[in-house]
Every structure is written in C-alpha cells, then in structure tokens.
Write a protein that binds this ligand. Structure first.
Ligand code: ADP
Length: 281
C-alpha cells in the first residue's frame, strides 16, 4: 500500500510543483482559459482548480462535474470510469474488479489509488493542470491520503431526495459507441409538507445512439440499493471530513439540468462565466 500511496504522492507533488501557489482567497476562483486556449499550469498567479464532487449514486455527479470541468478547462476524472475502462480492457485486474463492482461493493483503496495515480501521471505528462474529481475520495482513508498529497480547494456535495436516486440509476443509459451518458427516467414528483415539486426531464440520446444504448451491469435495482447503503455507511463520513475543514459546499438539486445548472453556477460564483461561455458558443 505504501508504494501505491507514494505513487499518488509523486504524481501530485509533480503536479503541484509545476503550479503556482495561490493564496487562500483565490482558491475558489478557477484559472479559466477561454475557448480555443488550453489551461496551462504556467498561467501567471493562479493554478487551475482542484475540486471534488461528492454525492450518492444517481445524483448526477458525472453530469455536473463534466460540464463544470469543460467550463473551467480542467480534466474531469471519474474513478468509476477508470474502473470501467480497466474492466473493459480484460487486463489482469478485470475479473477481480467485475466481481466487486457488480455486487455494488467498493474496490480496495490500493487498486483505486493505483488507477488514479496512473491517470494523474498521464495527465501530468500531457500538460494537464487541475482537475475535478468525481467518485474519489469515497472513504475517509482515501480523503486522508488525498489531503496528504494535495490541497483540495472545494468539495461540492450534490444532494437529491433519496426516493429519486434509485429511479435515476435505473434510468441511466450509455451509448456503446460514443460513450455518451443519458437518462431515460422522467421524474415528476409533487412536493409534500412544503417541499417544492421536483421535475427532471429525461436526458434523451440523439437518434443515432438510440439503438446502441446499454445499461451498466451495476445499475440493477438490487445492486443500486447496495451501493446506496454503502454510500451512507462508508462515503457519508467523507462529507463530514471536508465539512470540518470548511471545504464542503452543500448543493441540493432543485430539479433537472436546466433548472439546476444555473443555480449551481451561482452557488460556485461562476454565473458570469456561464453567461460568457454561452454567449461565445
Ligand atoms: P456511482 O454511480 O455509484 O457513483 P461510479 O461510476 O462512481 O458509481 O463507480 C462505479 C464503481 O466503481 C463503484 O460502485 C465502485 O465499485 C468503484 N469505485 C469507483 N470509485 C471508487 C473509489 N473511490 N473507491 C472504491 N471503489 C470505487
């Protein structure tokens, strides 16, 4: 384990040593590069954001983290994707991983840190700077390791009513050709006891993806319930870990993307950036 941790440490240290140190009031401000330019660790006075997205399975971490990563020009690194890539590669780990993932259990810290280290090293070699992590850390041990190697600026904890999460997971679809993520679930829940209605339109694929849609092997009712149980038991303490350190931003999703995205940008004080980019698009 120590060797794996050293690997992550080395990657993160290399990453940080190529970045400018920022003072604390700069931390939530991304080093933004506009369309056409790439984010570079040599940007004067700022380094790119190092953010983490937390939240239950089905909450939409991948959707919002990837959009945000595009907006602030940093890579979106989802450890679930790294695990699925490894599974698809039929490498030496894949059989062992398939058993764990298909039961809804967590992969060992050692394996996940190994996969993440490799991804970070590759990124450093390609000149990447900053990141939005999605799905890591998922245990307090992982959070401690990450805290020991780099300074996370902000942790966004996406929240959604529990009764919607299962429906959202069961509605997830992936295009087997382009890898696009979609969701066929249509959520329309009347608010009770003063709670607002929640309406989430399906995220439908384009016509050419329709016949190529697949469902993740771990998105069955039984496995999703197990993943939700494990999240509450193992990953919720990670929220507390960051809350104590004053890094946690709680964000309750009010509805689908069109309603939630502008509000998330507002909460992150990035609403001007969102407008700038849509005007430039
Ligand atoms: P979810 O929809 O549950 O958030 P992910 O795509 O993030 O799913 O992860 C899929 C699976 O990959 C997890 O159920 C787990 O088996 C494994 N995994 C991903 N990230 C981690 C991690 N940080 N630690 C351990 N296992 C992980």
């Amino acid at each position: 384990m120590a060797a794996r941790t050293r690997l992550l440490r080395r990657a993160a240290v290399r990453w940080l040593s190529s970045s400018e140190i920022v003072d604390s009031d700069m931390r939530c401000r991304p080093s933004v590069s506009h369309k056409g330019s790439s984010s570079s660790s040599s940007d004067p006075g700022l380094r790119s954001v190092q953010w983490v997205f937390l939240g239950c399975p089905g909450v939409g971490k991948g959707t919002y983290a990837s959009r945000l990563a595009r907006l602030v020009s940093v890579p979106h690194i989802a450890t679930g994707d790294l695990v699925r890539d490894e599974l698809a590669s039929s490498g030496p780990l894949s059989k062992q991983l398939a058993e764990i993932v298909n039961q809804g259990h967590l992969v060992s810290d050692e394996i996940i840190i190994n996969l993440l280290s490799k991804r970070l090293e590759d990124g450093v070699n390609k000149g990447e700077s900053g990141f939005i992590l999605d799905g890591f850390p998922r245990t307090t041990r992982q959070a401690e390791i990450l805290e020991g190697v780099t300074d996370i600026d902000l942790v966004v904890n996406l929240r959604l009513r529990e009764d919607i999460l299962l429906t959202k997971c069961l509605g997830r679809r992936i295009c087997s050709q382009c890898g696009g993520n979609f969701n066929v679930a249509s959520i329309d829940i009347k608010g009770e006891n003063g709670r607002p209605d929640i309406i989430m339109a399906p995220i439908m694929p384009p016509e050419h993806c329709m016949s190529k849609l697949i469902t993740r092997a771990d998105d069955t009712r039984e496995v999703v319930k197990e993943r939700l149980r494990i999240y509450h038991e193992t990953s919720e303490p990670v929220e507390e870990f960051y809350r104590k350190r004053g890094k946690l931003l709680e964000f309750e999703l009010p509805g689908g993307i069109s309603e939630s995205w502008p509000k998330l940008l507002q909460a992150l004080k990035l609403d001007n950036l969102g407008e700038e980019q849509s005007a430039a698009a």
